[in-house]
Design a protein around this ligand. Structure first.
Ligand code: ASP
Length: 456
C-alpha cells in the first residue's frame, strides 16, 4: 500500500470523526443518526481506500485495516460491560419483581415467544431456500484442500464444546465467581436469578444487598451510555475494515445464497416483528425500528449478539419504554438463546447443501431440519460465525456425510462474515421485539416512552 493511500485514508477518517464530534456537541445530532453516518461512511471509505470490489488480497497492506484497532477497542469496551451488566440488571430485575412467582410467568412468556418466533423463522428460511434454490448448480470441486483443512480444524474445536446434556449440566455453576470470571453467560443468568430470589426471600435482612445491586445496575447502565457515545467511531472502523478486506464482491460470490438470506431476513423482520409490535403490543412499528437503530448497527458491525447486549438493553429500556425488570431479564436470555436470523440462515444453508449435492428432500426431512435448526439456534453462542460451525450437525440429519459437510462449510466460510452481520442484526431485533411483547403482557411497558421518546 502506498503511503499516499494510507495518509488519505487517515485524513478522511479524522475529518469524519471531527465532523461527527461537532454534529454531536454543537448540533445535538442524535446518536442513531451519528451511528448510521459512521456505518455508511465506513463502507464508503473502506471501499475507496481498500481493495475495491475484490477486497484486499493482503490484509496487512490494506489502509482501512490500519484503523481496525479502533473497532477492536470499541468491541472490548462493550464486552467489558457484558458480565457486570447481565449480573446486576438481572438480579436487580428479579428484586424489582418483588415476588418470585412473577418470574415464572415472565420466563414462560419469554421462552414461548422465543420458540414461536424461531419456528416461524425456520419456516420462512426453508420456504425461501426451496423457492430460490441457492445451491442449484453449485461447483463443489472448486473448494481448495487448504480451505477444507482450515474448516476441519475449526469444526474439531467446536465439537470440543460437549453434548447437549453436558451443556445443560454446565449451566449450573460450581463456582459463581468463576462463572463471572469466565463470562459464562448462561451460568451467570442462572446465578443472578437464583441470587435475586434469595434476596427477595430474605425480606428485611436482604434489603441492604438489594440496594447495592440496584445502584450497581444503575451505574453500569450509565457506563453503557458513555460507551454508546463511541459507537459511531467504532462502527465506522469495523465496517471500513470488513468492506476493505472482503470487498463488495463478497456479496456476489455466493450471490444467490446471500440474496436468499437477505430476502428471508427482511420478510421475517418486517412481518414477524412488525406483527409483534403492531398486533400484540399495539404500538407504531416505525418507532420500534427507530428505537433500536443503535443496537442494529452495532450488531451488524460486530456480528455478535453478546457483544451487542449492553446496547440492546439500553435501547430497549430507554427508547422503547420496556421497564428494566423485563429488559434486564428477557434480553440477556434472548441474546443467548433466541436467534431467528441464525435459524433462517441454518435452514437456508441446509437446503443449499442438499441442492448442491443433488439430494432430494421429503416432507419428513423438512420437519426434521426445522426441529434440529430450532435446537441448534438455541445452542448457538452469540459470537461471530458460531452457527456455521454447528451447521454440520444439522446437515447430518438429512444424510449429508461429515466430509461433504466440511466441503460445503469451506465453501461458505470465506463469505460468512457478511451473512453473519445480517443474521446477527435479525437476532438482536428479535430479542428486542420479544422484550416489548413480554413487557406489554407483564404490564411493564411504558407506552408513552415508546411513542414519544423512542428516538434519543
Ligand atoms: N453471530 C451470531 C450472533 O452472535 C450467531 C451466529 O453465528 O449465527 O448472533
Amino acid at each position: 500500500m502506498s503511503d499516499q493511500i494510507l495518509w488519505g485514508y487517515w485524513l478522511t477518517t479524522l475529518v469524519l470523526f471531527v465532523v461527527l464530534f461537532f454534529m454531536w456537541r454543537r448540533f445535538k445530532m442524535k446518536l442513531w443518526a451519528r451511528v448510521l453516518t459512521g456505518l455508511v461512511f465506513g463502507g464508503i471509505t473502506g471501499f475507496i481506500f481498500g481493495g475495491g470490489v475484490a477486497g484486499c488480497l493482503d490484509q496487512a497492506a490494506c489502509a482501512p485495516a490500519s484503523s481496525k484497532f479502533l473497532g477492536d477497542m470499541f468491541v472490548r469496551l462493550i464486552r467489558m460491560l457484558v458480565v457486570p451488566l447481565i449480573f446486576t440488571t438481572l438480579a436487580a430485575g428479579v428484586i424489582a419483581m418483588g415476588d418470585p412467582k412473577r418470574l415464572g410467568s415472565l420466563g414462560g412468556r419469554a421462552l414461548g415467544m422465543y420458540v414461536g418466533t424461531s419456528l416461524i423463522a425456520v419456516a420462512i428460511g426453508l420456504t425461501f431456500g426451496t423457492l430460490l434454490r441457492p445451491g442449484a448448480g453449485m461447483e463443489l470441486s472448486n473448494v481448495t484442500s487448504g480451505a477444507v483443512d482450515n474448516v476441519k480444524s475449526q469444526l474439531d474445536l467446536a465439537a470440543g464444546a460437549g453434548g447437549l446434556t453436558e451443556r445443560l449440566v454446565a449451566i449450573i455453576p460450581e463456582n459463581p465467581i468463576a462463572a463471572l470470571a469466565n463470562a459464562d453467560v448462561l451460568s451467570i443468568i442462572f446465578w443472578a436469578i437464583i441470587f435475586g430470589v434469595g434476596i427477595l426471600m430474605s425480606g428485611e435482612t436482604g434489603k441492604p444487598v438489594a440496594r447495592v445491586i440496584e445502584s450497581a445496575a444503575e451505574a453500569v447502565l450509565k457506563v453503557t451510555e458513555i460507551v454508546m457515545e463511541l459507537a459511531p467511531y467504532g462502527v465506522y472502523a469495523l465496517i471500513a475494515w470488513v468492506i476493505s478486506t472482503q470487498g463488495l464482491g463478497i456479496l456476489t460470490n455466493l450471490g444467490m445464497l446471500a440474496l436468499t438470506c437477505l430476502l428471508a431476513f427482511v420478510v421475517h423482520s418486517l412481518f414477524v416483528y412488525g406483527s409483534i409490535i403492531k398486533i400484540i403490543a399495539r404500538l407504531p412499528v416505525k418507532r420500534y425500528y427507530e428505537g433500536i437503530v443503535d443496537a442494529q448497527a452495532v450488531a451488524f458491525s460486530t456480528a455478535s449478539s453478546n457483544a451487542t447486549l449492553p446496547i440492546t438493553i439500553a435501547n430497549v429500556s430507554e427508547n422503547l419504554g420496556v421497564k428494566k425488570v423485563v429488559a434486564g431479564s428477557v434480553l440477556p436470555l434472548g441474546a443467548t438463546i433466541n436467534m431467528d436470523g441464525t435459524a433462517i440462515y441454518l435452514g437456508i444453508i441446509t437446503l443449499f447443501a442438499s441442492q448442491a449435492l443433488g439430494l432430494s428432500m421429503g416432507f419428513g426431512d423438512y420437519l426434521l431440519v426445522a426441529i434440529t435448526v430450532t435446537l441448534a439456534s438455541v445452542g448457538t453462542a452469540g459470537i461471530p460465525s458460531a452457527s456455521l460451525l454447528l451447521a454440520a450437525t444439522v446437515f447430518s440429519v438429512i444424510g449429508i456425510t461429515a466430509e461433504q459437510s466440511v466441503i460445503i462449510i469451506a465453501l461458505i466460510f470465506p463469505f460468512d462474515r457478511i451473512l453473519d452481520m445480517m443474521r446477527t442484526t435479525v437476532n438482536v431485533s428479535g430479542d428486542a421485539a420479544v422484550a416489548v411483547a413480554v413487557a406489554n403482557w407483564e404490564g411493564s411497558l411504558d407506552r408513552d416512552v415508546f411513542i414519544a421518546k423512542s428516538v434519543q
